[in-house]
Design a protein around this ligand. Structure first.
Ligand code: FPP
Length: 240
């Protein structure tokens, strides 16, 4: 094992965003149905949430269901909806007890009325928690987020000269939160897939071939170690 990965570096991302990819391939490698992979993904989410809290990460944003995922087979879409509902039903008490503030990013419309109500209730119950913010991107698309922002900016009659980065931030689903410092993608792909297009402009990007259900505490430590080693220049020159 790599020693550097076992101790926590001094610098930890304040806001970590994760593209939890590879559930389907994880399942296929075991001769299991894709939904079994998603269920294993939920188990892993519990572990990573605990580890994130332990490491001092304050905001965790997870990509659970994209606007493009509606195109998957109907049974898988239904399965993912059921998983979200089951997570709320089964995990909310524990999340609340652990000081997790649940937030949703994306469009709630499109989900069943029952699921919408459960998500809203979960947000309401946990709104004053401050150990860690968990943004669940569900029915989320980065382009859709920008479209709804521009529509509301125009509907609010904002004069063009008042449109700047701060104003656009205010109209995003993540309003009031700092941008992600790091985006981790499991499952080996090297793309953002319409995730946090605006917010991730300066995020450090980390891709690992490890499938999401296997991305454990040690793997997270490796990602954080990479983050700590990188110099964030924000378009400026290296510091001397
Ligand atoms: C990508 O793997 C994963 C998803 C589309 C869903 C991720 C969802 C979870 C981990 C559980 C949901 C969590 C909550 C809170 C509702 P993939 O299916 O694209 O994997 P593949 O690329 O190997 O096929």
């Amino acid at each position: 094992m790599n020693n550097e990965a076992t101790s926590l570096p001094d610098r930890v991302p304040y806001h970590l965003a994760i593209i939890m990819d590879g559930n389907g391939r994880w399942a296929r490698a075991r001769g299991m149905p894709r939904l079994a992979g998603h269920r294993a993904g939920v188990e892993n989410l519990r572990r990573i949430l605990r580890a994130s809290s332990e490491f001092g990460i304050k905001i965790l944003t997870i990509y659970a269901f994209s606007t493009e995922n509606w195109g998957r087979p109907e049974a898988e879409v239904r399965g993912l909806m059921n998983i979200l509902e089951a997570v709320i039903d089964r995990e909310l008490g524990q999340l609340h007890a652990n000081g997790v503030q649940l937030r949703h990013i994306g469009e709630l419309e499109g989900l069943s009325p029952i699921l919408q109500r459960k998500v809203r209730q979960a947000i309401e119950l946990t709104r004053n928690n401050d150990q860690l913010i968990l943004n669940v991107a569900f029915n989320y698309g980065g382009r859709q987020e920008l479209i709804q922002a521009f529509r509301r900016i125009i509907a609010d009659g904002v004069p063009p000269e008042q449109i700047d980065e701060t104003l656009i931030d205010y109209y995003l689903y993540t309003a009031g939160q700092p941008d992600p410092d790091m985006v981790v993608r499991t499952g080996g792909e090297m793309r953002l897939s319409n995730f946090l297009l605006w917010q991730a402009s300066y995020a450090e990007y980390y891709s690992t071939p490890v499938f999401w259900p296997d991305f454990d505490r040690e793997e997270l430590l490796k990602a954080i170690a990479q983050f700590a080693r990188r110099e964030r220049r924000y378009g400026l020159v290296p510091q001397t």
